[in-house]
Write a protein that binds this ligand. Structure first.
Ligand code: NAD
Length: 317
């Protein structure tokens, strides 16, 4: 990847797409950002607005509204397009039906451009959509990644950090599995400053109070809805998470994030797309990290995989 000519295309310039684009731009992560949306006026306006902000930023990034032909030489295509989310729904899996048609037209158009980079999927249900994009695109598995539980892991780390008045970056805790109700925390590997989170909870009972592991998981699962139900979308956390994953690709960082990837035997799971810690470099999902789980945790992860796999026949017909 050439830092001087690096290019990111974002398909879907709604709340998440526009916020992600702006996050990438303010961090100066690439030379060019192209915004693509079925609503061309919106893409045009967002691109123009962002281009004018460049005057005050560190890097002279070219920001344009474009079309699928512009994906040809993109290093990353980030997909955040979706039909409007029904306001009363608190289940990402209910978004599957409308998402299938949208994703089919987008991925076929991107591939028709001659795109040969890395897909980063954010649209929900993200794990199933990542499976679908891999299937439609025919790209190697390591070049189709979903944002997965990166944002959930950040939410958990922030909750723990705030409980103990710590920078959340001192918390090492992975939420893994589905980005949704069946996700779980790999507590047996979760640490704060090298100390097991399970011990921190007990040893700091005065601050932990009645916040159990179960409460923390439930709050993590509900965190997105807590925001969505109040303002109708979530954008900053997911945009920051997506930007971090894109940065690890663009800067060949080799950072580990829990992203949606294809598992083929890892964790005793075959041919399923769900989040596990993965090393991300310029080639995409370079290597899946198999952390040691307890038998109970492994069973929960496998159950989450089976839940997602049950949707694949709908996408295979
Ligand atoms: P939004 O409604 O604000 O934006 C969606 C955009 O997609 C709109 O601008 C729309 O015009 C565009 N679009 C629709 N069909 C299209 C098509 N065929 N081609 C190109 N563009 C098209 O929604 P949002 O709040 O930005 O959310 C976007 C998606 O991100 C949703 O699926 C949402 O559930 C998901 N999301 C995922 C996470 C995560 O953690 N993975 C977090 C938040 C949101």
């Amino acid at each position: 990847m050439d830092f001087k000519h690096s290019k990111v295309a974002i398909v879907g310039v709604g709340n998440v797409g526009a916020t992600t684009a702006y996050s990438i731009i303010t961090q100066g992560l690439c030379a060019e950002v192209v915004l693509i949306d079925v609503n061309k006026e919106k893409a045009y306006a967002e691109a123009m607005d962002m281009q004018q902000s460049i005057h005050f930023l560190n890097r002279n990034i070219k920001v344009t509204a474009g079309d699928y032909a512009d994906c040809k030489d993109a290093d990353i295509v980030i997909i955040t397009a979706s039909a409007p989310m029904p306001k009363e729904s608190n289940d990402r899996l209910k978004m599957l039906a409308p998402s299938i048609n949208i994703m089919t037209s987008i991925v076929n158009s991107v591939m028709a451009s001659g795109f040969d980079g890395i897909f980063l999927i954010v649209s929900n249900p993200v794990d199933i959509m990542t499976y679908y994009v891999r299937k439609l695109s025919g790209l190697p598995a390591h070049r189709v990644i979903g944002s997965g539980t990166t944002v959930d892991s950040a939410r958990l780390s922030c909750a723990l950090g705030s409980m103990y008045d710590l920078d959340s970056k001192s918390v090492q805790a992975f939420v893994i599995g589905e980005h949704g109700d069946s996700e779980m925390v790999a507590w047996s590997s979760a640490t704060i400053g090298g100390k097991m989170v399970e011990d921190v909870l007990v040893d700091n009972a005065d601050r932990t109070k009645d916040v159990t592991k179960e409460v923390l998981l439930s709050k993590t699962i509900q965190a997105g809805w807590e925001i969505f139900n109040r303002k109708g979308n979530t954008c900053y956390g997911i945009a920051a998470a997506t930007t971090a994953i894109a940065k690890s690709i663009l800067f060949n960082e080799n950072r580990i994030y829990p992203v949606t990837v294809e598992l083929n035997g890892e964790y005793g799971i075959d041919h399923a797309f769900l989040s596990v810690p993965t090393i991300i470099d310029a080639t995409g999902a370079k290597e899946i990290v198999e952390i040691k789980l307890t038998a109970e945790e492994l069973a929960a992860l496998q159950k989450s995989a089976a839940l997602l796999q049950a949707f694949y026949p709908q996408l295979d017909s």
